[in-house]
Ligand binder design. Structure first.
Ligand code: SF4
Length: 460
């Protein structure tokens, strides 16, 4: 197991801080022969748009694409649940030969009649790109006939990386503003949009409550617990606050150009980053009352969680974590939060990081940490063993890697049900890491015992 070798073409995408010259190769297609942990373009667009709860989401493609992404993040809604139904045109062999446009038109008109959505998103998958269905013209036709925005999402799986899926989703969201002009004379005071928050475990609700206590108005959350009308009113905001930089910076840039709305990048994960995010917003508006509210609220929130976080830190001191997530911004926050609870991060990587992101990662991680771009599951297994990690943090595709090796796993992505955002989220995170790492169950895991023996034999 420890003898896994790295493909030559991948060697420039893996570095150990302190050992190697650091010039990360990234933002490129995955290497052929290496089974990347990345999802496809379609999946990237689906995760971004999926939490818009009053829209219809129709996957134009074979059934596997829809099944693969069904309820992909379980994003919570405080109202409609339409997003949690996964609709597909279920393309078959005959459609591939004769085209799938008729099937798309029939599915769209039937579903819109049945569910009366506020908008519909039509996701073009690999096969649609191959057979060349004119998805745009079908969407235009159904828009005219039904009066709701029917938006094509050009997300053919093979045409790039998951990041291209984010771009397709941003483009689709941007078209929601077409032919819709909110009354700019009614711009509310201290109003923001939250971008890149997907409300997987109720995080959007925690963040909104912080802003409410500060005195900041939220026009829309894109796209957690999302509503089409709120998103269409987004131009009324004075500031866009981008959390998931990989998925939503594209839209923030487009909105800056078209509506003149500036944007800032923040993270709501961990004490340090949450406090900074809230202060950054308060400072943007520069209102004395707002700043006072913000400062008081942050102090009260930290005082509440601090004693327990400190106690957990004492229990976890010196344990090792491997982190592999989608966006690099998430990796920065995880690294800081893990350090806060006494853990050493020994492996860290992302699916979609840019050169600048990896430079930042290098600066904030400890010497000896392996930094990796676009890893495969085998590579991750190799590094986890070599570095003797006690915990893996990742998403749905990293979970089986950890469990097969008998190592604790914490989900920081699709499947969790406990919110990890904000101060309250930091406490949830610390408890989850503590309970996972210190669970006695790992001692009973034969595979892990083998791995430990094997790696300590090699080290000696
Ligand atoms: S790669 Fe293509 S076929 Fe596979 S899930 Fe993505 S869109 Fe569907």
């Amino acid at each position: 197991m420890t003898d896994i070798s790295i493909l030559d073409e991948r060697k420039k995408q893996i570095f150990t801080k302190g050992n190697d010259d650091f010039e990360m190769k990234c933002e490129s297609q995955s290497v052929s022969g290496s089974v990347s942990q990345r999802a496809c373009v379609f999946c990237g667009s689906r995760v971004v748009l999926y939490p818009i709860a009053d829209a219809l989401h129709l996957v134009h493609g074979p059934i596997g694409c829809a099944a693969y992404t069904w309820d992909i993040r379980g994003a919570l809604s405080s109202g409609p649940q339409l997003h949690r139904l996964s609709f597909s045109t279920d393309l078959r062999e005959t459609n591939v030969i004769f085209g799938g446009e008729k099937k798309l038109y029939a599915a769209l008109t039937q579903l819109i009649e049945m569910y009366k959505p506020k908008a519909a998103f039509v996701y073009a998958t690999c096969i649609v790109g191959v057979i060349g269905d004119d998805v745009d013209s079908i969407c235009r036709k159904v828009t005219e006939e039904t009066g709701i925005p029917v938006i094509p999402v050009h997300s053919e799986g093979f045409k790039g990386t998951k990041k291209d899926g984010y771009a397709a989703a941003c483009q689709a969201l941007f078209t929601l503003f077409d032919n819709f002009s909110p009354n700019m004379d009614e711009k509310p005071k201290f109003a923001i949009n939250i971008l890149g928050e997907f409300n997987i475990g109720g995080e959007a609700w925690i963040i909104k409550e912080y802003y409410r206590r500060m005195g900041v108005n939220i026009i829309s959350v894109m796209t957690g617990d999302g509503r089409v009308d709120d998103i269409r009113n987004a131009p009324l905001a004075s500031l866009n606050v981008v959390q998931c930089s990989g998925s939503m910076t594209g839209l923030a840039k487009m909105m800056k150009e078209k509506f003149g709305i500036p944007y800032i990048q923040v993270s709501y994960f961990g004490v340090e980053d949450t406090a900074k995010a809230l202060y950054d917003v308060a400072e943007f508006f520069g209102d004395a009352e707002l700043l006072k509210n913000t400062s008081e609220m942050i102090k009260a929130e930290i005082a509440e969680i601090h004693p327990e976080v400190l106690s957990i830190r004492r229990q976890l001191e010196g344990r090792k974590a491997a982190v592999y997530v989608g966006g690099a911004f998430k990796a920065f926050s995880l690294l800081k939060a893990l350090k806060n609870i006494g853990m050493d991060v020994v492996v860290i990587g992302s699916q979609t990081g840019a050169k600048e992101d990896y430079k930042t990662l290098k600066e904030i991680c400890d010497p000896g940490t392996i930094i990796v771009d676009d890893a495969s599951s085998l590579e991750l297994a190799k590094f986890i063993i070599e570095k003797k990690a006690d915990l893996v943090i990742g998403g749905v595709k990293e979970r089986p890697i950890a469990y097969k090796m008998g190592i604790g796993f914490c989900d920081h992505n699709h499947e969790r049900k406990i919110p990890l955002a904000g101060f309250e989220g930091m406490l949830h995170f610390a408890r989850e890491v503590r309970n996972t790492v210190l669970s006695p169950v790992w001692k009973l895991f034969p595979a892990r015992n083998e791995v430990k023996k094997e790696s300590s034999g090699k080290a000696a």
